[in-house]
Write a protein that binds this ligand. Structure first.
Ligand SMILES: [Zn+2]
Length: 226
């Protein structure tokens, strides 16, 4: 798989092995060279099976895609480059009073992510545009999820935490689901994008994106060595 050399800058640090910390530019934890040697196929409609120098790798397609989207969102957010898509049919959001109150407090931030949401009288709002990575069908449930998170945070939330949590929620709603068949081209694209992530080993919730069955482990399992 081709790896663009310009995405790795050895002099910059910033790789963080867990959690949702917004990171500086840094090298991929998977190293400078193409990590995945060969894609073997999709298993259970949910995992990609691949070969690396270390052994056999199982990649969780949802967790991997979540990680890729999350890092793309961070980059866009940092560069204030938001890519929006207008909804052909604007979607109406009927909110509770608490949700409506929460929305008014975070409307500006949502606009900075690429949402266009306008009040429509009372606690009704209209979603006119959404960030381009989000599927139209996900727009309303995503907004409600973000508002519920905001309400749970009460008043002692920091803007940075809120931002991170919102980016995680957006990535989760936009990522490939389990039980989604993928062709080789789609799998190759996903793994190449994952190789370029700064924290390729974990999804933004902290779950692993991949599990490796090493050569040593296989040899032990088959009792080639004791
Ligand atoms: Zn996750």
């Amino acid at each position: 798989m081709p790896v663009k050399q310009d995405s790795f800058s050895p002099e910059k640090k910033g790789f963080n092995d867990g959690g949702t910390t917004i990171q500086e530019d840094g090298p991929s934890p998977l190293g400078r060279h193409s990590f995945f040697k060969r894609i073997l196929g999709q298993v259970l409609g949910t995992y990609i099976l691949a070969e690396s120098d270390d052994g056999l790798v199982l990649i969780d397609q949802h967790a991997a895609h979540e990680r890729i989207l999350y890092e793309q969102l961070i980059k866009r957010q940092a560069s204030l480059e938001t890519v929006s898509q207008d909804l052909i049919v604007p979607e109406t959001l009927d909110l509770s009073a608490r949700e409506s109150d929460a929305l008014s407090k975070i409307l500006e931030e949502l606009i900075s992510f690429g949402f266009d949401i306008a009040p429509f009288g009372g606690s009704t709002y209209v979603i006119k545009a959404i960030p381009s990575i989000i599927d139209e069908k996900e727009a309303a449930p995503l907004i409600v999820d973000i508002l519920e998170n905001r309400i749970e945070e009460k008043n002692d939330f920091s803007k940075k935490d809120w931002l991170e949590q919102t980016l995680v929620t957006v990535s989760c709603h936009s990522a490939l689901r389990a039980n989604k068949p993928m062709n080789f081209q789609e799998m190759e694209r996903l793994l190449t994008d994952l190789e370029h992530c700064k924290n390729a080993l974990h999804c933004p919730h902290g779950r692993p994106t991949m599990v490796t069955l090493t050569k040593d482990r296989l040899e032990k399992l088959f009792k080639r060595v004791v």
